[in-house]
Ligand binder design. Sequence first.
Ligand SMILES: C[S@@+](CC[C@H](N)C(=O)[O-])C[C@H]1O[C@@H](n2cnc3c(N)ncnc32)[C@H](O)[C@@H]1O
Length: 292
Amino acid sequence: MCSSAWINLICSSCTKGVTFFFLHALGYYARVQGVSYLLEAFLKKTECNCQIVNLGAGMDTLFWRLKDENLLPRKYFEVDFPMIVARKIHNIKSKHPLSKPIIETHSGDSLLIDSHSLDSSRYSIVGADLRFSSDLEEKLKKHQLDVHLPTVLVAECVLVYMTPQQSADLLKWAASTFPVAMFINYEQVNMADRFGQIMIENLQRRQCNLAGVEVCRSLESQKERLLVNGWENAHAIDMMKVYSFLPQADVKRIEELEFLDEKELFEQLMQHYCICWASKDSSNLGLADITF
Ligand SMILES: C[S@@+](CC[C@H](N)C(=O)[O-])C[C@H]1O[C@@H](n2cnc3c(N)ncnc32)[C@H](O)[C@@H]1O
């Protein structure tokens, strides 16, 4: 997950270990809250009669969180490289708290599971490369993806690892495949400024190449990518803005856990990540109204 990006950057910029963990946790908190806010708005508009497709899901545990909160969509899909999927399936099989909700929500025939995919009634994980959308679509359809159901696609710290052409193709595929849909993207922004350049250099030094960083130039370039690839009503806001929308009582309580003496660094970091979202809404569900 994207925490490595935070760690890499902060280790190089900050001398205090406690502060580094604290800034990391605070940024992660804002990201989870921000993405959840948009997702829950979509689930509300569709009354959970929808699908979630988590692209490049890694070890994300959103499915389990939604199950706990009684907010599961009709079906939740995850996609990642087969090697990552194999590791996740191994974890699910070997940890009862992970497998239990999948088994509990499954009905009908026995659930399908092999080393690179798992398919149950409400949760499915598919090993595929996001750069090849026809293969991706075929695999998802084998797991009962219904393109006519409202669908929210989520990509957190994923598109930046693809070239601009590859992420554009993925966005175009999603926009042309689902008539009623929303796309939520979380990743870097403002990467052309001095702070952004230092982030890139630090990551490169650790062999982490951001092939798609060019699109992370600005909030405008992020929005533009969504709009030119078939999406409507695109928005992009930096994480400092998201942070300002969070419940202030919670923020105050969390900030008090550790004296935030690196406030300026924190603000700079937050200004270099963003949430972007866009929708398409041929059923007039009001998806365009979803905003912070
Ligand atoms: C930085 S991690 C983010 C994981 C998760 N979204 C999160 O935020 O916790 C990026 C993930 O995207 C996956 N990924 C990157 N490019 C991909 C591609 N072309 N096809 C499938 N998965 C990809 C990686 O394997 C990795 O699990």
